[in-house]
Each structure stands twice: as structure tokens, then as C-alpha cells.
Design a binder for this molecule. Structure first.
Ligand SMILES: *Cc1c(COP(=O)(O)O)cnc(C)c1O
Length: 214
């Protein structure tokens, strides 16, 4: 399964540019610690969780493995301390200046973060609107010295219409390009059903759950 996904990522990235490097985040929210350990034993190091409590219990059970944890879910302010106590590698879901400030205040070390963009303009989704993303990014850079903003994250449009999905990825990539001169390195987009499309639109980080674990 992992092998097959890696090959599909490889094929998609080579169709764009042989120098494009795409990182795989295995989204383990559907599975328990033993399934994570299995994938770890196959060589996967980066895992993503969308709930603080789940990441907490899995990270505790797997504390002897040097796993790189990525938080990808909506973060409530009252869970920030618990999340920070796990020393995650990255928080991908910064969706407001307010949240960035709250993390900035509580963290004792610089924290790698991505700004989440609501690229399909869906009310059901978190993330800043595309029109305000660049301004919000700059405001966080200026006002949050402990937040190491490294790029953007988005969830593609929730539809079967490929054109709509591509539109949301292209919009996110355009924002990413604007932010590159300001230190943005990561463009995190693409999930089980759309990661090849996302890579073709410039993604260099894919977050894949069900295709790996189901
Ligand atoms: C669940 C989730 C994923 C993975 O989704 P799959 O469709 O299972 O691959 C990626 N990103 C976020 C933010 C998620 O919540």
C-alpha cells in the first residue's frame, strides 16, 4: 500500500519536474498506534493527526519512535498547551491571526506552522479566505516572533468536479508563489482522492489517510 502510494506520488512529481520533491504525510487519524508502527517499520516517518487528544495518546504510546508529528486539524485554544507539550514537528492548520498569537504566547520554542487557506470558499471549512491570505501571513510574520511560518495548507474543493478542485489548488499555489520571497517553502495540498492533481498544481506536501490505511 505505502509502496503503491509512493510510486503514484513519484509518477505525478516526475510529470511536473524531476527536481520537485514531494513529502508524504501519512494521516493516521483513522487508525491506532499499532498501525502507525507498522507503517513506521516500512520507513514512513511523518504522520498527521487532526485531534489533539488522539495525537496525544498515540504519541505517548509511540514515544520511543522518532516520529515527526503534523497537526492538521482545527485547533481549539484550550488545547494549545496540550498540543505543544507533544512538541509536534509542524502545525499545518493556522487559520487566524488570533490563533497564531495564542500559540506564539504559549510556546517556549519556535514552532513551524502553515497558514490554512479556505481555497474553495466553503463555509464548512476552516482557513482564511484567499483574498486575505497574503495579508494575514504578513501580519503573523510581523506579530508572532515564535511562529515560523513555512507556507500554506489547503483542503481541495469538496466535489467530484475536477475543474473546481484544480481551481482551488491553483489559487492556493498562486498565494504560495506570492509568499515564497517571504520564506514560504511548503505548499501542503492533496489527499487520497486528489493528490496527483494537487502535485500537478505545484503541491510539495501531500496528506494521505484512507488510501494508505483502508
Ligand atoms: C483526514 C485529512 C486528510 C486525509 O484525508 P484522506 O482523504 O483520508 O486521505 C488530509 N488533510 C486533512 C486536513 C484531513 O483532516
Amino acid at each position: 500500500m505505502l509502496e503503491e502510494i509512493i510510486q503514484r506520488i513519484e509518477k505525478a512529481r516526475l510529470s511536473v519536474n524531476e527536481h520537485l520533491i514531494v513529502k508524504l504525510i501519512a494521516v493516521s487519524k483513522y487508525v491506532d498506534a499499532s498501525a502507525i508502527e507498522q507503517l513506521y517499520n516500512q520507513g514512513q516517518r511523518a504522520f498527521g493527526e487532526n485531534k489533539v487528544q488522539d495525537m496525544y495518546s498515540k504519541a505517548q504510546q509511540l514515544s520511543d519512535l522518532p516520529i515527526e508529528w503534523h497537526f492538521i486539524g482545527n485547533l481549539q485554544k484550550n488545547k494549545i498547551n496540550k498540543l505543544l507539550s507533544l512538541e509536534p514537528f509542524m502545525i499545518q492548520s493556522i487559520n487566524s491571526v488570533d490563533l497564531a498569537k495564542a500559540i506564539d504566547k504559549r510556546t517556549t520554542k519556535p514552532m513551524r506552522c502553515l497558514l490554512e487557506i479556505n481555497s474553495a470558499n466553503e463555509v464548512s471549512k476552516h482557513g482564511v479566505m484567499a483574498q486575505e491570505a497574503v495579508d494575514v501571513y504578513h501580519q503573523i510574520l510581523q506579530e508572532c516572533p515564535n511562529i515560523r511560518l513555512q507556507g500554506v495548507m489547503t483542503i481541495g474543493a469538496h466535489t467530484d468536479n475536477q475543474k473546481e478542485i484544480i481551481k482551488s489548488f491553483e489559487l492556493t499555489y498562486k498565494i504560495f508563489e506570492q509568499l515564497r520571497p517571504h520564506g514560504a517553502k511548503v505548499c501542503s495540498m492533496g489527499m487520497s482522492n486528489d493528490f496527483e492533481l494537487a502535485i500537478k498544481c505545484g503541491s510539495n506536501m501531500v496528506r494521505i489517510g484512507s488510501a494508505l490505511f483502508r
